[in-house]
Design a protein around this ligand. Structure first.
Ligand code: D9A
Length: 456
């Protein structure tokens, strides 16, 4: 029933969901090699949407990225596991880039899927060792630098915004840089733009940190806190206070402050994406960024962030995966999300409103200045016009049909239909009346809906 309603309300999203489901069914066919099969099966379990996005890449690069992802997840699992004593954790993080060359090595930790990943890490190691040397070097180098950064932050707090940037650089910016190096190693891109690649990671990571406030603060046995103190201390005594309903106003202000900070990275991300040459690489990089911008839009001003999960509708996520094909689509989505976010800014009560508006305007300007965006707007406009004339034309046809079926204006006589028809007993007549009513009511609803849509 719910599905039917969705189908009626958002037929476009339903179509995309179906196509994404078909695409993800294709991935369930695992490679023959058992080590690599384990890697893909694991990837599917820990991140379904990333598993779909990675399909954009050609086989060789896809294997490298899949293994890169799992190695990083392994490192993450060590960092995350609060039951490991610090004096054991730090050397493990620092040596990870060396131990991952050793097929015998294993370090059981984590829970659920991650526990299994760590238990059977030899599959990842074996697949890693079968990668081309060029890829191995990139992956090992990023793992080393990330491990060092994580080790540093075990004893360093994320207090200032500058430190927040630094922490996110280690755990996410380096991923952006490493992936860019893999693209170059694969011969698909020509250069690594470090600063923009770093921003790609920061934008995603900050979005996750903002969205996952509640999940992280409720983490057992100890809460995990990633929101920078410099920001939250303007709004509360303690980060935990935001969970409390009586602090919801300051909580939302703080949330908006952080969303505004994350928006700082959007122009770099757009520049990075605009500079990509290979189509496959582009789709792989663009989809997560558009999702992140959408998530920021949803979180902005949303008290639900402190009460549960704020997640994008599955249909919307599917639409992004299906319809992000080129830079015009990225500009289009960023522009639309920025416009929605602008409408949510409360200039009276939000102390950072002017900064937020300025950053949103900058994003919109970047999008609007692109000729790809302009061409897209024009074709969308034409498409909308064509759709609306078609709707009116169909409605008009159905009115004519109803006029005929109900014998109004003497249409039946004029057309020479026998008088017997007028008695109101013929089943043909009943059939026509019923059909005409149904079509008229249905098409009127569609016309009304599109009328309301065009007004809002
Ligand atoms: C990525 Cl190899 C990530 N992270 C992501 C996912 O995208 C990036 C982890 C490992 C790798 C890649 C990513 C994708 C494409 C290009 C990139 C890039 O840079 C050029 O990284 C910057 O989030 C994790 C970090 C942000 C820490 C780097 C996308 C992803 N999304 C989640 C969605 C969610 O809700 O968390 O994983 C998911 O699919 O589960």
């Amino acid at each position: 029933m719910e599905k039917m309603w969705l189908l009626l309300q958002r037929p476009d999203e339903m179509a995309c969901m179906w196509r994404v489901r078909m695409a993800s069914r294709r991935i369930t066919k695992l490679p023959k090699d058992p080590d690599l099969a384990f890697c893909y099966a694991m990837l599917n379990r820990v991140s379904r949407s990333f598993a779909i996005v990675i399909q954009q890449l050609g086989q060789e690069l896809r294997d490298a990225v899949c293994i890169f992802y799992l190695v990083l997840r392994g490192l993450d699992t060590v960092e995350d596991d609060m039951s490991i004593p610090v004096e054991r954790k730090i050397p493990t993080l620092l040596d990870f880039h060396k131990t991952m060359y050793d097929t015998e090595w294993k370090f059981p930790c984590g829970d659920k899927d991650y526990q299994e990943l760590m238990d059977k890490f030899h599959h990842v190691t074996a697949s890693f060792l079968r990668l081309h040397r060029r890829y191995q070097e990139v992956i090992a180098d990023v793992t080393r630098r990330m491990g060092e950064g994580m080790a540093k932050f075990i004893t360093t707090d994320v207090d200032s915004v500058q430190r927040w940037d630094e922490y996110c650089h280690y755990v996410a910016g380096l991923v952006g840089i490493g992936l860019s190096e893999l693209f170059v190693a694969a011969g698909l891109e020509s250069s690594v733009r470090q600063e923009q690649a770093n921003s790609m990671g920061l934008f995603l990571q900050k979005t996750n940190i903002i969205r996952d406030y509640l999940e992280d603060i409720c983490e057992q046995p100890a809460p995990r806190m990633f929101w920078p103190k410099e920001v939250w201390s303007c709004y509360a005594e303690q980060l935990e206070d935001f969970k409390d309903d009586k602090h919801i106003d300051s909580a939302v202000k703080c949330l908006n402050h952080l969303v505004t900070d994350a928006l700082r990275h959007a122009p770099d991300c757009l520049e990075y994406l605009a500079g990509l040459k290979a189509r496959a690489v582009f789709r792989f990089c663009a989809i997560p960024q558009v999702m992140a911008m959408g998530t920021l839009m949803l979180c902005y001003g949303e008290p639900q962030v402190f009460k549960g999960v704020v997640k994008m509708r599955r249909g919307m996520a599917a639409k992004i995966m299906d319809k992000t094909l080129g830079m015009a689509d990225v500009y289009g989505s960023f522009y639309d999300f920025a416009t929605w976010m602008t409408s949510k800014v409360d200039t009276e009560r939000d102390p950072n409103a002017h900064v937020t508006l300025k950053r949103l305007k900058d994003i919109q300007d970047i999008c609007m200045q692109s000729s790809a965006f302009q061409a897209r707007q024009r074709s969308l406009m034409l498409q909308m016009k064509a759709e609306s004339s078609a709707t009116w034309a169909v409605w008009f046809l159905f009115i004519l049909y109803a006029v005929f079926a109900f014998g109004l204006l003497g249409t039946q006589e004029t057309m020479g239909i026998p008088v017997a028809f007028e008695e109101g007993t013929s089943s043909t007549e009943l059939y026509h009346k019923a059909l005409a009513s149904l079509l008229l009511v249905g098409s009127t609803l569609v016309v009304l809906q599109s009328f309301i849509d065009s007004k809002s």
